[in-house]
Write a protein that binds this ligand. Sequence first.
Ligand code: NI
Length: 153
Amino acid sequence: METASFPALAITPYWTSVQEDLLHIVDLFPQGTLNWTPKDELWNARGILIHVSDARDSWMTRAIEDGEPYPNIWLTARSRDDVKRELGRTFARIQRFLSNQAQLDKVYPSDDPNHPPADGHWIAFHLLEHDIHHRAELMQRLALLDVKHEIDL
Ligand code: NI
């Protein structure tokens, strides 16, 4: 993906609202329902929430190579507080990336023939899109559980 140099994106405050929604959503699942799934082949809410943090870690470690560790949180994020802690840790990591002009402007090679090399701006967009996609999925899970989330988009 060839792009000219773009200025740092001032999307951090807006992305923060998505992050706050995700943290709020963790608290809205009634006791015992984080492991509930409407269909056996679909992830439960805990899995979706872990996946959001794991995707952030994966991109920051494997593509951006920001030098921070990539812990296996699939084994350690069990409780509601664990899940929220990982969302907080990985969002702080994303915020550092969003404020790093050199990391945003760099073009990262790809070893996947289906994905051309991408710059940091595309990666930021992709990760925001990913957070929003899974927020919607979690809001639907709450609706299926008859929980009013009152998240007004
Ligand atoms: Ni995903």
